[in-house]
Design a protein around this ligand. Structure first.
Ligand SMILES: NC(=O)c1ccc[n+]([C@@H]2O[C@H](COP(=O)([O-])OP(=O)(O)OC[C@H]3O[C@@H](n4cnc5c(N)ncnc54)[C@H](OP(=O)(O)O)[C@@H]3O)[C@@H](O)[C@H]2O)c1
Length: 224
């Protein structure tokens, strides 16, 4: 992969991707929201750290400019917040705004900031979406904000794939599995290590022939 930037890199799937890329000898920009969470990245070879809140375009631009050329951007930062049905009182305007700002426009601002530095041709962008954003593969209901946000994140990836094909940049939307992180919960069936390894394989396989793909960490194709 060579030079990779990852948002939401201080914990969960993002941290695990950083660890595996570091072990592979790649250079990684680990983008974290709060400086004090950098402790989880201490001692990792080839890792530099930038403070990036994806809802703040200026912080994305500052990090992208400081890191310079890159081969892969992973928009991984995400929030879930409300899991209930329609009557869940947590469906507030603030929760809607914060989750959409992170999962959708956050991925947009991150991509816009790093795009000038992405290899052309040959660069890649991975948007970490979810199967819960699929209109056809998601069957359980509820989680209105999160599902809507991930449907939009997948749409962002397919839209970018069209625009960036002419520059030789491949874009995909990916479902990491149901993973045992703070978001996925302790009983989730997929470990962060297996999810990260699978995702990195998918990013490696992503090409201009497959740009616009929407796939799971294990390669299963998803439909929009
Ligand atoms: N876990 C699952 O089962 C699962 C399933 C499908 C999709 N996903 C997706 O996979 C991605 C990673 O999930 P995860 O399970 O690793 O989640 P997680 O453990 O909850 O970690 C979320 C990460 O996103 C960061 N983040 C949140 N808001 C941010 C913002 N505004 N700016 C920058 N960073 C922000 C968090 O930083 P702080 O530590 O500062 O809060 C944290 O590093 C997310 O996009 C998620 O939606 C996860």
């Amino acid at each position: 992969m060579k030079r990779v930037a990852i948002t939401g890199a201080n914990r969960g799937i993002g941290l695990e991707m950083v660890k595996q890329l570091s072990a592979n000898g790649d250079e990684i920009l680990a983008c974290i929201r709060s400086p004090e969470t950098a402790v989880s990245l201490e001692g990792l070879k080839g890792v530099s750290v930038a403070v990036v809140d994806v809802t703040d375009p200026a912080s994305c631009e500052e990090a992208a400019t400081a890191f310079g050329p890159l081969d892969l951007l992973v928009c991984n930062a995400g929030q879930y917040r409300v899991r209930g049905r329609m009557d869940d009182p947590a469906y507030t305007p603030d929760n809607w705004a914060e989750v959409l700002a992170t999962n959708v426009s956050g991925a947009f601002f991150t991509t816009r900031a790093f795009l000038p530095f992405l290899a052309k041709p040959g660069g890649k962008i991975a948007i970490i979406s979810s199967r819960m954003g699929s209109n056809t593969d998601s069957v359980s209901g509820g989680s209105y904000i999160y599902r809507a946000s991930k449907a939009a994140a997948t749409n962002l990836a397919s839209n970018l794939a069209i625009d960036l094909k002419q520059d030789g940049v491949a874009v995909g939307a990916f479902h990491p599995g149901h993973v045992g992180t703070d978001m996925g919960g302790e009983t989730a069936p997929v470990t962060p290590a297996d999810s990260a390894a699978g995702l990195l394989n998918q990013f490696h396989a992503l090409s201009l022939e497959t740009t616009g793909t929407y796939a799971e960490y294990n390669g299963n194709k998803l439909s929009y």
